[in-house]
Design a protein around this ligand. Structure first.
Ligand code: B16
Ligand code: MG
Length: 220
């Protein structure tokens, strides 16, 4: 027995752009008198751009300080900084083990999907030169609710033409693990501080096809 598909999160699973998001948000936050640190940044992982801004404003006691248009302008400035910082991304920016896993999944004829809330996901996959591996990438623009809502994972499974129960989802964020579990997929967490993952691996180096296959069969 094999899973019919594996659905990947992007940031933190395929490549590590969390520090680039952080640097961009830190600049924007500083401009409006809000201080954020790496610990706070952890709570933004897997969270959409607009929701991240709302959390930053709340964190700085400025939840009501900006109108809708000003928020859109702040988010657009953050994105411009972030996109600029992506210029150095290349094939070497793929996290350890991921390329091999994509090759093995393909050899096993297992569907490969993406469930990232990043609107920059297509650009990033192209820069990493792995876009062709993906059978379906859920479009974050069409998903109104951020993780932990399962909508983005459900959209990925639907696009792949498989039931969530027949799939594995891989995430590095707590909100993402909750999203995977909520739609009945089997969850694999990357990191040390996640709760509720069906399988927890310290880094992507441990994320291999034999490991996923054993998890699937053991958990069945
Ligand atoms: P963008 P993921 C998420 O990616 C990031 O973890 C999160 O920090 C970011 O705010 C979000 O993408 C939106 O990204 O501003 O590029 O649309 O983990 O879902 O792959
Ligand atoms: Mg992530």
């Amino acid at each position: 027995m094999k899973p019919q598909a594996v659905v990947f999160d992007l940031d933190g699973v395929i490549t590590d752009t969390a520090h680039l998001h952080f640097q961009a948000w830190q600049r924007i936050a500083a401009d409006i008198g809000v201080e954020i640190d790496e610990v706070f940044n952890d709570s933004l992982k897997g969270i959409s751009r607009q929701e991240s801004l709302r959390r930053i404003l709340r964190h700085g006691g400025k939840a009501e300080a900006f109108g809708e248009q000003e928020c859109e302008a702040l988010a657009a400035r953050k994105n411009a900084l972030y996109v600029h910082s992506l210029r150095d991304l290349n094939v070497e920016s793929i996290l350890p083990g991921i390329r091999q896993l994509l090759c093995d999944l393909r050899a096993q004829q297992i569907g490969i999907g993406l469930a990232s809330v990043s609107l920059n996901a297509p650009t990033i996959l192209q820069a990493l030169e792995i876009a062709d591996f993906f059978d379906y990438c859920a479009d974050a623009e069409q998903v109104a609710r951020s993780k932990p809502d399962p909508a983005i994972f459900i959209a990925a499974c639907r696009g792949l033409g498989v039931q969530p129960e027949a799939c594995i989802g891989i995430e590095d964020a707590q909100a993402g693990i909750e999203a995977i579990n909520a739609c009945g997929m089997r969850s694999v967490g990357i990191g040390s501080s996640l709760t509720g993952a069906g399988l927890l691996l310290p880094t992507t180096e441990f994320l291999t096809w034999p490991c996923l296959s054993a998890f699937w069969q053991h958990d069945k």
